[in-house]
Ligand binder design. Structure first.
Ligand code: GAR
Length: 210
């Protein structure tokens, strides 16, 4: 088997997507990737507990201790290089990325967002969709560029919004999709099956959910 790709997952909060991506690899002897690092910018975040339980090394970062976002990211990039990281997976990492990180991993940073982009970018996407009166909600996995949730779309999945939905009822259904979709996309990416042509993305052989 080819060498497993080493990925770093960045998370700021609960870390349920981090856990889904990590356990999908840990439970599969033929996984094309392994989660080699959790980068977390929030002390005490639940993502850190999950990483400790799963035996994934943690890099706890303190962006506010730096003079600039670039200086912070330069340090993170150095750590990623030292640890032989091949690509980066953002999973609830609530910061905009600068050119420092983007240029170090060109077209090798993915993000997941809880809406059907380009609708409802930014914070509280599920609440935004409900407030707008949208009839479908969903999940988008996309490449990261310099904008807010604006990179080329790799995969999307929609679900109906029910007339009595609240954020508390809709968000768990959105997250259930995330936890299935993100590992499948990360796997396809690690297998070099994702092609980017302008904003158009194709996945050779499609996504595999097993
Ligand atoms: C996820 O729903 C993810 O899509 C969202 O944050 C949540 C993190 O949950 N990301 C964004 O809103 C990015 N704009 P998790 O920490 O349990 O994985």
């Amino acid at each position: 088997m080819a060498q497993r790709k080493r990925i770093a997952v960045f998370a700021s909060g609960s870390g349920s997507n981090f856990e889904a991506v990590a356990t999908a690899a840990a439970g599969d002897a033929d996984s094309p990737y392994e989660v080699a690092l959790l980068v977390c910018d929030k002390p005490g975040a639940r993502a850190i507990e999950r990483a400790e339980r799963l035996g994934v090394p943690v890099l706890a970062v303190r962006p506010k201790q730096y003079d600039s976002r670039e200086a912070y990211e330069a340090d993170v990039v150095r750590e990623l290089r030292e640890r032989g990281i091949d690509f980066v997976v953002l999973a609830g990492y609530m910061r905009l990325i600068t050119a420092t990180l983007l240029d170090a991993f060109p077209n090798r940073i993915l993000n997941i967002h809880p809406s059907l982009l380009p609708a409802f970018p930014g914070l509280h996407a599920v609440e935004q969709a409900l407030a707008y009166g949208a009839k479908v909600a969903g999940v988008t996995v996309h490449y990261v560029d310099g904008g807010m949730d604006s990179g080329a779309i790799i995969a999307q999945e929609a679900i109906p919004v029910r007339s009595d939905d609240t954020p508390e009822t809709l968000f768990p259904r959105v997250q259930a999709i995330e936890h299935r979709l993100y590992p499948a996309v990360v796997r396809a990416f690690a297998e070099n099956r994702i092609r980017l042509d302008g904003r158009r993305v194709t996945i050779e052989g499609g996504l595999r959910f097993d």
